[in-house]
Design a binder for this molecule. Sequence first.
Ligand SMILES: Nc1ncnc2c1ncn2[C@@H]1O[C@H](COP(=O)(O)OP(=O)(O)OP(=O)(O)O)[C@@H](O)[C@H]1O
Length: 314
Amino acid sequence: MGGESALLVEHLTKRFGDRTAVDDVSFEVGYGEVFGFLGPNGAGKTTTVRTLGTLLVPSSGSATIAGIALSAKNSPAIRSRISIMPESPGLYSRLTVMENLECFAGLYELDDVRGRIDRALRAVNLGNRAGDQCGSLSKGLRQRVALARALLNDPAVLFLDEPTSGLDPVATREVYGLVDSLRERGVTIFLTTHRLAEAERLCDRVAILSTTLRLIGRPEELRRRLFTPSLEARLREPLDDPKSVFGELPEVEGWEHTPSGYTITVADPGAAAPLVARALVGAGADILSLAESHHSLEDIYLELIDDDVEARSQ
Ligand SMILES: Nc1ncnc2c1ncn2[C@@H]1O[C@H](COP(=O)(O)OP(=O)(O)OP(=O)(O)O)[C@@H](O)[C@H]1O
């Protein structure tokens, strides 16, 4: 089974003394997948990444990384097949881009250093900046150098920890473009992020962690699982008697006022929308818009995590 998945994690638990940072977490990531790992501060994301990256020893549970079982003996083999790009690039600012990459290629004891550096620099569109001192680069460019460094060993699984943290919108968009191009090259990406719009934009599937794994799936599936379908009607004026409009429609399961109109709960938004529109027009309402409600990944996350944060603060 592990041979077919880039990551297979089974009942992983990591304790620090009597504090459980990660509790009985299981999931699988396929080769070529961009997998988002979300969760509030202290949820155990970094601990999971550090454990899968062989930097921490799990308290219990097992994992297979790029087809190799996680164990002390296999750590060097695993490390040669993965890369972790930490949130802060950690480059030598007095060295040039090329010198930095040579230095890390030396640490990894890689062959064909020049060829690898050329390919990595091309992958992050930095081919013409090889001679620049890292200290003189913008944060966005330094992040790209860090990504080039993470690509030097041609990783089967690339762990990206908050890759756009502190970047401006243009630099952020560039990182998204780079992730897209890595995905096209078949690199498996495990992306830790607090930015939910980023996870929604980049990830095939996401997992929401809060010490235990709370939810895993495609953003679209999670939406369906957590929210009943509904329509949002924006009207110029509120209805005099909403019950006489919505209560007559068998497709409508419920409704509630919003500041600009109504949220109408329905089983099938596509079938119900024309009937609701007709009923509203029949009641003399001026419809500004009528559309299926859209729940973002942020809505999903808050629905799950708010309860945890409240529980923890009590
Ligand atoms: N080396 C350590 N020793 C003791 N406790 C630790 C250690 N590393 C992490 N923890 C604890 O484990 C829990 C999970 O921390 P972790 O850094 O994995 O969370 P995170 O989801 O990455 O958070 P953030 O989003 O803030 O980076 C926290 O309660 C943290 O204090």
